[in-house]
Every structure is written in C-alpha cells, then in structure tokens.
Design a protein around this ligand. Structure first.
Ligand SMILES: NC(=O)c1ccc[n+]([C@@H]2O[C@H](COP(=O)([O-])OP(=O)(O)OC[C@H]3O[C@@H](n4cnc5c(N)ncnc54)[C@H](OP(=O)(O)O)[C@@H]3O)[C@@H](O)[C@H]2O)c1
Length: 351
C-alpha cells in the first residue's frame, strides 16, 4: 500500500512530493490517517539548516502536529480503536514519523482523543507549542515547577509567585500564559507587541500585565510591577549571543532565579546586574518523546483541559493537499520573518 508524502531529501532544498509505503504499526504504535498537520517554525529550520534531526535520517518527513483517525493499531494497543479521532506529536528522531504525508505511525502513550467539540484543524495547532511551553515550565530541563496534576503542586503556593513570559505574542508564549494561569501564578507578565487586539487576546488567555516589547523602558516597567522578586521567567522567542540578557536582568538580584528558553542563546554579563545568589538559564526542548513520563501525563490531561476551556486552540489557516509549492511557501514565511498565521496542511484533500 502506498501514499503521498512531502519529503525533505537534502537540507537547504524544498520539500518534494513522493510516493512512499504506508507503514505497519508495531507493538505499541497506532497507524493514523492524517487529516490535518500543523506547521511550525522548526519545520522551516529543519528544511533550510537541518536543525534537530540526524543527517542520517534523510530523506525526512517534517510536520509534528498531527490530528487524524486511527486506521490500525499494533498488537499491544488497548486504549484506542479503529475510527477514533486523535491527535499527537510526531517523533522528530525518526525519519518517516512526520505529518506531511497521508498516513503515519505514532506511539500510543503519546496520543490523546480529540474532544468532541473540536475539529482536526483546531487541535493540530497545539502539540508542539503546547508541549514546548509545558516542558519549559514543568520539566527539570526548564523551570522544573510542580506540574498541574502533581502532588507537589498542592503544597506549592503558585499565587505567591510571578511568571514573566518574553514573547507572549508567539504561539508558544500564548500556551505558556495559559498553563501559567492553569496552575495559578500570581502575576503573569508578558512582553509582546502591544495593540488593543493583542492586549485583549493575551488578557483573555490569562496574562495579568502586557508590556510593549518595543518600549525603550520595558525593563523598568517590568521591574515596577514585579520588584526584585522574580524567580521564574520564560523566553519563547529570542536567540543569539546576548539574546537572554533582558530575561536574566529581570530575575531577582538577591534570590536565585531561572530563565527557561525555547531557543539557545547567551547573556551579556555586564548588563544583568549583580545577581548575588546567581541565576540559571535553561534551554528546554518540547518533545514528549524526549521527556516520556511528562509527555504521557501531558497527553493524558490535555483533552480534559481543553474540555473545560483551560487551554484553548489557536488561530490557523488551511492548506488543502500536499501541494509542494504552497507548503514550501508557508515555510518560507517563517524564514523571511514578519507576521505568520499558523498553517495546517490537509494531506488527503486535493489542492
Ligand atoms: N525548544 C523547543 O522545543 C521549541 C518548540 C517550539 C518552538 N520553538 C521555537 O520557539 C520560537 C517561537 O515559536 P512559535 O511557534 O511560538 O513562533 P511564532 O508564533 O511564529 O512567534 C512569532 C511571534 O513572536 C513574537 N516575537 C518575535 N520577536 C519577539 C521579541 N524579540 N520579543 C517578544 N516577542 C517577539 C512576535 O509576536 P508579537 O509581534 O505579537 O509580539 C511574532 O509574531 C521559534 O523560534 C521556534 O522555532 C522551540
């Protein structure tokens, strides 16, 4: 049995359409008919620079945010059956596990049912960005805070603490704000482009203070809200040799604070102030496959959080069909910068 797939044959070249075999699900795997796959900035970075993936894994299939219908299950899968509507994050460490194809296999313990009232397209906006912000907040490779479902959360006074999210306007930032509200942080301060619409949106998601990221005195504004007590910050957007200077400078000077980041970068020590108790910067990776235990809990709880409206899906546009030109252009928008509307590809539609 064969299928259509958009494949990366060589780094720095466009994705191309190929015919590929439909895989067989192994023991704990599920074969999915993909209805929608969400594209992310890293799909462009994989295509153009080969980040994250092993060069031995070329040809490679991109697209991590998968929503579809269970077509077949491996012999050890009991939690799902043929016809179930599910969503999942693809495993970037396998060459053909991605979503820009018509069928793929996913691990049964990193899959969740789609709430009845949500569409395939809506949930395909979430897996990578939700996992990335979840890992950055709740895994020891990030801020290591007590997870929403954990025993430790009962004795952790979230209300007493504040969270700074640099990049609230990014999709990862929007999810981080929602998770921060879910656990009950006191103040949730975010730096984003400040338009009335954006401000209203971020407030709706849970931000208590939105500061204009382009304001010259943004650091002073932030300190006037949080004083010197900030222990937890997350930067979802900045990268480069001195990219995390602002985030670190806003951490407490007298207590040890931590800045989690979704992109690697450095700090200009001369501009962060006197951190008497030190500080930490932690770059975390939002993969449920890499952080399996946290990933399993995430997928177990995500549908419930969606059901009660604690986590919301994001805005997106749809690309019908595995159209080489249109999908590569959607990735080019990430490369060229500017404002990006998240795109979902529907691999079974005709373009
Ligand atoms: N480590 C991981 O596992 C992981 C996982 C997912 C994503 N990422 C990376 O995280 C980054 C964000 O991903 P995404 O999907 O959330 O991107 P996105 O939604 O496309 O974010 C773009 C938005 O970020 C905001 N922004 C840009 N520069 C900023 C700055 N200097 N300060 C504050 N806000 C700024 C802008 O919004 P406003 O103009 O509205 O402020 C911009 O529209 C990407 O580079 C991606 O590759 C990493």
């Amino acid at each position: 049995m064969s299928q259509k797939a958009l494949v990366l044959e060589k780094f720095g070249t466009p994705l191309v359409l190929q015919t590929r075999p439909i895989p067989e699900p192994k023991q704990h795997q599920i074969l999915l008919k993909i209805i929608a796959v969400g594209l992310n900035p890293h799909d462009q970075k994989i295509r153009d620079y080969g980040i994250i993936i092993n060069p031995d894994h070329l040809p490679y299939i991109t697209g991590n945010d998968i929503a579809g219908v269970v077509e077949n299950i491996g012999p050890d899968v009991t939690a799902f059956k043929r016809g179930d509507r599910v969503f999942a994050q693809a495993d970037t460490s396998t060459p053909d596990g991605g979503g820009t194809q018509q069928y793929t296999v996913v691990l049964a313990d990193l899959v969740a049912p789609i709430p009845r009232f949500l569409s395939f397209g809506e949930v395909a906006t979430l897996p990578t960005i939700a996992m990335a912000s979840f890992v950055a907040l709740f895994h020891p490779s990030g801020l290591g805070l007590p997870a929403p479902y954990s025993k430790e959360r009962e004795s952790f006074d979230y209300q007493r603490h504040n969270l700074l999210v640099i990049g609230g306007g990014s999709n990862c930032g929007k999810l981080a704000i929602q998770f921060a509200r879910l656990v009950g942080f006191g103040k949730i301060i975010t730096l984003a482009a400040k338009t009335p619409e954006k401000e209203a949106e971020l407030k709706e998601l849970g931000a208590t203070h939105i500061l204009d990221r382009r304001a010259e005195d943004v650091a002073e504004q932030c300190r006037s809200i949080i004083g010197d007590g900030l222990l937890y910050a997350l930067d979802t957007v900045n990268h480069g040799p001195t990219a995390h200077t602002l985030g670190v400078s806003l951490l407490s000077n007298r207590e040890k604070g931590t800045l989690a980041t979704l992109l690697p970068g450095g700090v200009d020590e001369s501009k962060v102030g006197n951190k008497a108790a030190g500080y930490e910067v932690k770059f975390s990776q939002g993969s449920g496959h890499l952080h399996r235990e946290l990933g399993q809990e995430f997928w177990k709880h995500l549908p419930g959080w969606l059901e009660v409206g604690k986590i919301r899906t994001l805005r997106y546009r749809t690309i019908n069909g595995l159209d080489e030109k249109v999908v590569n252009e959607a990735l080019d928008v990430y490369r060229d910068g500017g404002s990006v509307m998240k795109a979902n590809v529907h691999p079974h539609e005709s373009s």
